[in-house]
Design a protein around this ligand. Structure first.
Ligand SMILES: Cc1ncc(COP(=O)(O)O)c(C=O)c1O
Ligand SMILES: N[C@@H](CCOP(=O)(O)O)C(=O)O
Length: 436
């Protein structure tokens, strides 16, 4: 597999280089030079395969010989060792539960695959790998668990003070070992900017071997394609051929992976990018003007992103052709009041408790159906996190239905350890240098 930069299509790097560099020097993002089509026979018979089998097929077609077959298979079996059930809510409405991994969010797919790929490529005696990650809530927890105890790696998590839920904060700050957390007086976008500044800093690059565990890293995206294929397989088994996905979106890595799956040959009819009031993308699709805004705080906190990193990848997948993209992708935004109403509606209609991010994806399906009454597709909305991560959002009668998983109960007795910083890059740099 060779990759180029969205800012330089002549560049060529290997998958290993892209994984460790995270981002090209020119500040673009890595994209595969070739997006091969999965063979028609595989797609026609996809319902006969299990999730790990599908994952292996997709990864091997994309990665080619970057990781030998037997190693890739073992790596995938180890990383993707949990379920992604497609739950039927009514005749044509399904929720894809992506929160059955250790951190209770869809990020486990990307983080576990990435940590194992990095561990695979790391050689004994190499310089310590410093993994930087900015989180608005869920990525940090998944990356922490993915890398916990991985030899020769150290993870630094930056999160916005007061903007992650208490459970998310415990997941970030109670790990110890090779994981450390920094609470930043700012927004998620500020955290993301600090991390990107670190990658561009000569002194830090000379001193440390820096890499990113955010979705700017291509190894986070590839494993997220697996569950789109697997869901299609589950629905095909039930006789559906027209499928649409509604994806709660913040940094647009998740829907970016879905669109990569589409370009690999997954026959999806429609993607819906569902956002909260951090609505850079829906505004862009309406107006054609791409204008980022400082993020605003919402109930769906992990989607509080004003400058979505992966949008440039999505435009690149469609060769910057906005009209072509709009044939496949539509986007809706929802306020907090609407999100809460969505949570109540899903509970009432289906006796199902959805986290605020998931509720936004559900609302987007309803909106799409209202605007396209002739559309007969099976609609899948992605449930990206376990509801227990956001206990303060739910009315008491709904909150009472949420079962608290054992791993969350275990966190409550653990002490929080986090550094504190502002949004000044020099202070962050000083912090990194002082803890070298
Ligand atoms: C629960 C949840 N839903 C949705 C999102 C948005 O996903 P993406 O950033 O891939 O668009 C996130 C964060 O990434 C999240 O943690
Ligand atoms: N919503 C994310 C934000 C981090 O973005 P990613 O693109 O690295 O997934 C989170 O939960 O932290």
């Amino acid at each position: 597999m060779k990759l180029y930069s969205t800012n330089n299509t002549a560049l060529r790097v290997s998958f290993k280089e892209a994984v460790f560099n995270s981002m090209p020097q020119d500040k673009g993002l890595y994209m595969p030079v070739e997006i091969p089509q999965l063979d028609a026979e595989f797609i026609q018979n996809i319902e006969q395969y299990s999730l790990p089998e599908i994952a292996y097929k997709v990864a091997s077609v994309l990665l080619k010989d970057e990781i030998p077959a037997r190693d890739l298979k073992a790596l995938i079996d180890d990383a993707i060792n949990f379920e992604a059930p497609v739950v039927k809510l009514d005749e044509k409405t399904f929720v894809l539960e992506l929160f059955h991994g250790p951190s209770l969010a869809f990020k486990d797919f990307g983080a576990r695959f990435m940590s194992r790929v990095m561990a695979y490529f790391l050689k004994d005696g190499e310089q310590l790998l410093d993994v930087l990650v900015a989180t608005s809530g869920d990525t940090g927890g998944a990356v922490a668990l993915g890398f916990l105890g991985v030899p020769n790696t150290r993870v630094t998590i930056l999160y916005p003070e007061g903007r992650v839920s208490p459970i998310q904060e415990l997941q970030l700050t109670t790990n110890g070992q090779n994981i450390r957390a920094i609470e930043v007086k700012g927004t998620f976008d500020d955290c993301q900017t600090l991390v990107k500044q670190a990658f561009a800093d000569d002194e830090l690059n000379a001193r440390f071997r820096l890499t990113s565990a955010n979705s700017i890293n291509i190894s986070r995206l590839i494993p997220q394609t697996f569950y789109y294929f697997n869901t299609y397989a589950q629905l095909k088994k039930q006789g559906f051929s027209d499928v649409l996905f509604s994806v709660p979106s913040g940094n647009f890595g998740n829907i970016g992976a879905g669109l990569l799956a589409y370009k690999l040959g997954l026959p999806v009819k429609q993607f819906i990018a569902a956002t909260n009031m951090n609505d850079t993308v829906p505004r862009f699709l309406e107006s054609g003007v791409y204008e980022t805004k400082p993020s605003v705080q919402t109930y769906a906190n992990a989607m509080d992103v004003g400058a979505p990193s992966n949008w440039i990848r999505i435009m690149d997948l469609f060769n910057q052709d906005l009209e072509a993209l709009k044939k496949v992708v539509t986007s809706y935004r929802f306020t907090d009041d609407e999100t809460l109403a969505g949570i109540k509606e899903i509970d009432q209609k289906y006796n199902y408790v959805a986290c605020p991010h998931t509720a936004i994806a559900y609302l987007a399906v309803e909106q799409f159906r209202k605007e396209n009454p002739q559309d007969n597709s099976a609609a899948v909305f992605l449930s990206t996190a376990h509801a227990c991560k956001f206990p303060d959002i739910f009315p008491a009668h709904i909150g009472a239905k949420i079962e608290i998983p054992e791993q969350v109960k275990a966190l409550e007795s653990k002490p929080k350890h986090a550094g504190q910083l502002g949004i000044d890059f020099n202070a962050f740099k000083e912090y990194l240098l002082s803890k070298a």
